[in-house]
Write a protein that binds this ligand. Structure first.
Ligand SMILES: Nc1ncnc2c1ncn2[C@@H]1O[C@H](COP(=O)(O)OP(=O)(O)OP(=O)(O)O)[C@@H](O)[C@H]1O
Ligand SMILES: [Mg+2]
Length: 255
């Protein structure tokens, strides 16, 4: 890809946090259009804080965040969503008492002049047939994997150009992890630009184009994903044995 392509998402020197505590320190990251950037890091490294800073949910004290060249760092959350950034939150955060259809419908955006292509419920169901079978079922009664699919489907309903996914495989069975990973690849093929936060480095590196590792709120490493995938010692140093023991995680296979 040409190096002068405008990034889908670019963080430059971003420092952010909560009240007086700065969590992200001088973070610079780039998601190239139509690619997946895996953002890896141990518990508490600042991955969710980073995603929430992009969404405008956590204030950036310094630095710039550009969406296809437009600085969005001072915009409120709803303006950022309208511009085509969607979040698949850690822990899914569905409306449990509402049905699958209702969860999708409430996320549909009416005003999307600047955002990405619209998704219909029919298209979501085509991508996630399990949701079609359970369209009237309450979200709270779905399995973990089905809930994750609904969380992704709900994010698509807001017409994103850039998708922020916060640990979508967390707590899922190996089969569901494989399904979610295939969905990430399919969304990338559909043209979405994706920031994929994961602790499951094997899955993340298998679907990502590029990778960045956060250590204590700072970017400690960036490269193409295949480069880091070939360096088990580095992966272990950054992410530790604990990540290898996470459900479905594959660090051991690098050893
Ligand atoms: N609302 C908050 N108020 C104050 N500190 C917070 C808040 N949310 C997170 N933090 C702190 O910010 C740091 C980074 O947390 P964050 O949730 O971004 O990490 P993470 O990399 O997403 O971790 P995990 O892998 O466990 O999800 C932690 O020290 C955490 O305690
Ligand atoms: Mg997190």
């Amino acid at each position: 890809m040409a190096t002068n392509t405008i990034p889908a998402l670019a963080l430059s020197g971003v420092t952010s946090g909560y009240d007086t505590s700065e969590i992200l320190q001088d973070v610079s990251l780039t998601v190239r259009p139509g690619t997946v950037l895996a953002l890896l890091g141990r518990n508490g490294a600042g991955k969710t804080t980073c995603i929430h800073t992009v969404m405008g949910m956590v204030p950036a004290y310094r630095g710039a965040i550009q969406l296809f060249g437009e600085n969005i760092v001072t915009l409120p959350v709803d303006s950022i969503v309208r511009r085509g950034v969607a979040l698949v939150p850690q822990g899914r955060r569905l409306f449990s008492p509402l049905s699958v259809r209702e969860n999708l419908t409430v996320a549909r955006t009416a005003d999307a002049a600047h955002a990405g292509p619209p998704w219909t419920i029919a298209q979501i169901v085509e991508m996630f047939p399990r949701l079609g079978e359970r369209i009237h079922q309450r979200a709270g009664t779905l399995s973990g994997g089905e809930q994750q699919m609904l969380a992704i489907g709900r994010a698509l309903m807001s017409r994103p150009r850039v998708l922020l996914m916060d640990e979508p495989t967390e707590g899922l069975s190996p089969q569901m992890i494989a399904e979610v990973s295939a969905i990430v690849a399919r969304l990338r093929e559909a043209g979405l630009s994706i920031l994929l936060v994961e602790q499951n480095s094997k899955i993340a590196l298998s679907v990502a184009d590029d990778v960045a590792v956060l250590v204590s709120g700072r970017v400690a490493y960036t490269d193409c994903a295949t480069e880091l995938a070939g360096q088990p010692v580095l992966i272990e140093r950054f992410l530790g044995v604990a990540s290898a023991e996470a459900p479905g995680a594959g660090l051991m296979s690098y050893a």
